[in-house]
Design a protein around this ligand. Structure first.
Ligand code: ADP
Length: 191
């Protein structure tokens, strides 16, 4: 199963991806995690990316696509994958289709975790306290939500227009939401 998980910051993509990867026996590939690993390793790319991430802006499309291609060709995606945090704009959405066509691994379905913006702000404030992520300050959170609305929301239409989108109510108990995603994923025709 090749799944793209869409949703705003705070919509629960990471939480759900962790549960779904076990249920579907596929790797969870998060571009945010890949970038944070580069930051932690202190690579030149990581140093560059950290400043951008701390402003809540998007790291350059080329850098993220390069990282993603490396990850998708690591040899463990034969059974599929769950992509979390990518694509984040239309350029990335088109680049992903091209890359996956080349790898002969097209996306089966994109799942949107739908959560009201008021609740997102509440959840992100809670996470800032619990985890202390340097991009969870109130100002950065506001900027990430703005970037999401302006750049990532069009990606929803991109998959909807290609009849590849399922919308899931992202409010409720974590395990109920996992169940909702699994129900639509298991019904999705293979690409
Ligand atoms: P969240 O979903 O909570 O916003 P992520 O862990 O997915 O958090 O991403 C954190 C930051 O990493 C983003 O704000 C952005 O700066 C950077 N990032 C992650 N994925 C991408 C991507 N596909 N393109 C550009 N930047 C990205």
């Amino acid at each position: 199963m090749r799944l793209v998980l869409l949703g705003a910051p705070g919509s629960g993509k990471g939480t759900q991806a962790t549960r779904l990867k076990d249920a579907l026996a596929v790797p969870h590939i998060s571009t945010g995690d890949l970038l944070r690993a580069a930051v932690a390793a202190g690579t030149p790319l990581g140093v560059q990316a950290k400043a951008v991430m701390d402003r809540g802006e998007l790291v350059s499309d080329d850098i993220v696509l390069g990282m993603l291609e490396e990850r998708l060709t690591a040899g463990d995606t034969g059974n599929g994958f769950i992509l979390d945090g990518y694509p984040r704009n239309l350029v990335q959405a088109r680049a992903l289709d091209e890359l996956l066509a080349r790898l002969q691994q097209p996306v089966d379905i994109a799942v949107l975790l739908d959560v009201d913006v008021e609740l997102l702000i509440e959840r992100l404030a809670g996470r800032a306290q619990a985890e202390g992520r340097s991009d969870d300050t109130p100002e950065t959170v506001r900027n990430r939500l703005r970037v999401y609305t302006e750049q990532t929301a069009p990606v929803i239409d991109f998959y909807e227009n290609g009849n590849r989108l399922a919308r899931i109510d992202g409010v409720g108990e974590v395990e109920d939401i996992t169940g909702r995603v699994l129900a639509v994923v298991q019904d999705a025709p293979a690409a």
